[in-house]
Design a binder for this molecule. Structure first.
Ligand SMILES: Cc1ncc(COP(=O)(O)O)c(C=O)c1O
Length: 410
């Protein structure tokens, strides 16, 4: 006798002709920023000279004193599992840095280190959000936030930020879309993709508002060191002592120390939440790489000379690139306060040369100018594109020359 087996709700995809996937995974998307990078890389592999404004990672090398510490770790046999939350020395070093920088009182028990800030953000979503929970994400947003929330079972709710306010999130933007089901807010400042840097007074208002509604504030400050023209990074960590159940910070070695491939990031949170994150981590990746941890200790307890040198170079590129882009007819590119991205508006090109949206604009640039950019649609805004200046000044200048020539034709 045939027995009907219970079936899971299923969303068909082209993949499930061969493999039956869960809805959990068919409901989320591959990062669109990676798709653009992949296409540019395919062309490069064929020998095509592409100016790549796509990368979300520094073009600098990891500082030598940091790499040297990793080599020493390997040579001395520091190559075993560590505590799943990261080794004590690293968690102490991270806590010290926050205490010095923001005058708070966090300790190792407030820190979990993982394989990149992305892992901690993912684990936070798993630990905090499930069916019925809404999470407010200011838009434009970093691509992974909504999918992480959705993967955990929660519902991302977008709070549109105002380009006239340089896309800085405000409490009003967030409150306008909040409901009784709002369980959290995710803020990224300086922001990928817009470069927006939230103001301190606004952070204070959002922290208090979250606390009053029993919602958490996940504050992703991955780009904290990249602010320009006198702008100041305002961290929610400043309010951690007062609101330890509300404030959660996420940060990483990736951008600050040009260490994307080392995969080392962390979360700062209430000890109970740190334990919960540790539980998840212990059953997935265990600890972050022992070698990367040794390198991170050296970086965090050493000097920031190279971080400052990299910052100066980003500032020099930004100062050249913003006016150069504004010089291209049809581009509108205010100078954002932070990160290493620009987010120009390009909608004046729509309707010309087959361009109808940010995706077709990006395709046109790749096909006609051999310049790779990321369409704003990947970040929830179709009128803009993201341009990364984490590439050398020579390539930036070459890219602008190509943009001018290709866009001048339509
Ligand atoms: C806004 C933002 N948060 C977090 C991350 C995660 O960085 P990582 O996992 O390399 O620490 C990135 C990386 O691109 C990012 O742009």
């Amino acid at each position: 006798m045939m027995v009907a087996l219970p079936t899971e709700p299923h969303v068909p995809t082209t993949l499930d002709r061969r493999i039956r996937l869960t809805r959990r995974v068919t409901d989320i998307e591959v990062s669109k920023t990676l798709l653009v990078l992949n296409r540019a890389q395919e062309l490069q592999a064929k020998g095509v000279d592409v100016v790549d404004f796509g990368p979300g990672e520094p073009d600098f090398r990891t500082p030598k004193f940091v790499s040297d510490a990793a080599k020493r770790a390997i040579d001395s046999g520091f190559t075993k599992y560590t505590n799943a939350l990261g080794m004590a020395k690293l968690r102490d070093a991270i806590a010290d840095r926050y205490n010095r920088r923001y005058g708070v009182h966090v300790a190792a028990e407030n820190i979990i280190a993982g394989s990149g800030g992305k892992q901690e953000l993912f684990n936070l979503a798993l630990a905090l959000f499930s069916e019925g929970d809404e999470v407010v994400i200011p838009s434009p947003y970093w691509v992974s936030f909504p999918d992480q929330v959705q993967f955990a079972g929660g519902t991302p709710v977008f709070a549109k930020t105002d380009p006239m306010n340089a896309f800085r999130p405000t409490l009003e933007d967030i409150a306008a879309v909040a409901t009784d089901r709002t369980r959290g807010v995710i803020i990224n400042s300086p922001c990928n993709p817009t470069g927006a840097v939230i103001e301190e007074s606004e952070v204070a208002r959002i922290v208090e508002w979250c606390a009053s509604r029993d919602a958490v504030l996940i504050f992703d400050e991955t780009y904290e060191f990249f602010v320009y023209d006198g702008a100041k990074h305002a961290s929610a960590m400043k309010w951690f002592d007062e609101y330890p159940e509300t404030v959660i910070a996420v940060n990483s070695m990736s951008k600050t120390f040009a260490m994307t491939g080392w995969r080392l990031g962390w979360a700062v949170a209430h000890p109970d939440l740190v334990s919960a994150l540790g539980k998840i981590q212990s059953h997935s990746t265990s600890n972050p790489s022992s070698i990367s941890q040794a390198a991170a200790v050296e970086a965090l307890t050493g000097h920031d000379d190279e971080v400052e040198r990299m910052h100066e170079e980003y500032a020099r590129r930004r100062a050249w690139l913003v006016p150069a882009l504004n010089g291209i007819d049809g581009f509108s590119c205010p100078a954002p306060d932070g990160s290493f991205y620009l987010f120009p508006e390009v909608k004046r090109f729509f309707g010309r040369g087959g361009i109808v949206d940010s995706q077709s604009f990006a395709n046109y640039l790749l096909d006609e100018a051999r310049v790779a950019v990321v369409p704003g649609s990947a970040f929830g805004n179709d009128d803009h594109i993201r341009i990364s200046y984490a590439t050398s000044m020579e390539r930036i200048q070459e890219g602008v020359k190509r943009l001018e020539a290709a866009l001048g034709k339509i």
